[in-house]
Ligand binder design. Structure first.
Ligand code: GLU
Length: 508
């Protein structure tokens, strides 16, 4: 097989949503699996739809995901430029070649004329009228007008587009790696515009010309582009590149969690989870759409979840690092049917990856959150906190939210525990326990536990009479990791102080 070269070709019309990231990911995994190259091409020929900051956004988002590019607007490469607006001059000669060879034609129709044709066809009983082999004969184009008239109009600077001349009743075939053979009759295809009156190619022409010029071997993209694929195949053939047609793989849709329809950009925060990899601020409205990164997701978890939205390894293994994905991925194992997005599974992945992190990695991230909250803590201490909390947390920020007591004395105490567990006897027991702890030299969790249990025995009370109250004093909460470990970590002085404060505050 000649060198694998794949491309991710987004249009910078807004933030990249989950589906787009998955397309980029599958391209990347396929490239890495086959020793090929991953290219990012910015498809910005539709200048009216460009959105400020969208290109920067997608480059930054891919970087966060760990999807590395071999060639792009940032990385350069031998097949540049990698932004279509910077390749503007490349396309017109190809469109003109198609006209010369009889595969395309000039069309001068105004918006009104096009609307009039549609009305006329609808009135004649055609539900979705098209510009095609039948209607083109009634329109203003270089097939219906005389050569002199066409020349006159072009010389006069009349605006025109170039349309593909779809043949009658021919079969276009393509073999899709995921979907098998796709066969379409040209009677069901229209004379698509391939070059616009603003001097820019449309998506179809630019996409095909660039895939050819960039030596793309495989086109891996979302299923929504499948209807365009036969047209692209025809363009390859008409441009004389039949032996260079790339292999196609159209990826299944990603559905909303309830399976009702495609997961869309608008579903974002509306359904209670982000649909963007990183936060997006709409430059026009200032509206913020949340991102996985800002919500505390680890890129490894996000990527692992995405990889499984359509692909499976054929084994029960669910956790795959990016390297493992690169090694295991194949397009043959991408399913045809749409994949339902499962937000809970995404959380599960995050929890798994959080657990697999070393205390060094975790403490680095937690330190950042601590700094943002004005807490100055020693690295070794933070590492120990991470060890105690990591089994319980799904997100790193939860370690701060739920483990603040490791860094600051509680300011409030869980009301329900007070109501249920705090009795008249509690202060006395806590004071007694405190007295016992004072004389403890080695404040290890085992020693604290031994002292605690000895006191229960000596005063003939059960766990329930003192453990929740002790926890409440130290943490303000009803639940958490082993209390003896917490006490040992915050230290003797702090433990004793917190007991004292709790007795005073809770009695009030
Ligand atoms: N520019 C198209 C998009 O926005 C690319 C489709 C393709 O990969 O051919 O998705």
């Amino acid at each position: 097989m000649s060198e694998v070269r794949v491309r991710f070709a987004p249009s910078p019309t807004g933030p990249l949503h989950i589906g787009g990231v998955r397309t980029a990911l599958y391209n990347y995994l396929f490239a890495k699996n086959t020793g090929g190259k991953m290219i990012l091409r910015i498809e910005d020929t539709d200048q009216n739809r460009l959105v400020d900051g969208a290109e920067e956004y997608l480059i930054d988002a891919l970087k966060w995901c760990g999807i590395k590019l071999d060639e792009s607007v940032v990385d350069g490469g031998d097949f540049g430029p990698y932004r279509q607006s910077d390749r503007k001059e490349i396309y017109l000669p190809y469109a003109e070649q198609l006209v010369r060879d009889g595969f395309a034609y000039y069309a001068f129709d105004t918006t009104e004329e096009l609307a009039e044709m549609r009305e006329r066809m609808k009135a004649a009983g055609v539900p979705s009228p098209q510009y095609n082999a039948v209607t083109r004969t009634t329109m203003q184009n270089s097939l219906s007008l005389s050569e002199t008239e066409v020349k006159k109009r072009i010389d006069a600077g009349d605006p025109y587009v170039i349309r593909i001349k779809m043949p009658r009743n021919e079969e276009v075939k393509l073999q899709d790696i995921i979907r098998g053979w796709v066969i379409v009759n040209t009677n069901n295809m229209d004379d698509k515009v391939i070059f616009k009156s603003d001097g820019m190619p449309t998506y179809h022409l630019a996409n095909v010309v660039d895939d050819y010029k960039m030596k793309i071997s495989h086109v891996i993209r979302g299923e929504e582009w499948l209807p365009s694929a036969p047209l692209h195949v025809l363009l390859y053939i008409y441009l004389g590149w039949e032996d260079k047609i790339p292999k196609f793989a159209h990826l299944p849709l990603i559905l909303k969690p309830d399976g009702n329809g495609k997961l869309s950009k608008r579903d974002g925060d509306r359904l209670g989870f982000p649909v963007f990899p990183t936060e997006w601020k709409n430059p026009e409205t200032g509206d913020i759409s949340s991102g996985y990164r800002e919500n505390g997701y680890l890129p490894e978890a996000f990527i692992n979840m995405l990889a499984f939205l359509g692909w499976n390894p054929g084994t029960p293994q669910e956790l795959f690092s990016m390297d493992e994905l690169c090694k295991s991925f194949s397009l043959e194992r991408v399913g045809k049917s749409a994949a339902k997005f499962d937000f809970d599974k995404t959380k599960w992945y995050n929890q798994q990856y959080l657990r697999s992190k070393s205390k060094e990695e975790l403490s680095k991230d937690l330190q950042e959150i601590l700094k943002q909250n004005g807490v100055d803590a020693n690295d070794d201490y933070v590492k120990k906190v991470c060890e105690q909390l990591k089994e319980r947390a799904t997100f790193i920020h939860e370690m701060w939210e739920e483990g603040q007591y490791y860094f600051i004395s509680p300011t409030t105490y869980d009301e329900k525990t007070i109501r249920k567990k705090w009795s008249k006897e509690t202060p006395r027991h806590l004071n007694n326990l405190k007295e016992k702890l004072v004389s403890l030299n080695n404040f290890s969790s085992e020693n604290i536990e031994n002292v605690f249990k000895a006191y229960l025995e000596e005063s003939k009370i059960g766990m329930g009479k003192l453990l929740p109250q002790f926890r409440l004093s130290l943490t303000g909460l009803a639940m958490g990791p082993s209390l003896f470990e917490i006490a040992s970590l915050i230290g003797k002085k702090e433990t004793l102080k917190r007991i004292e404060i709790a007795i005073i505050k809770i009695q009030q």
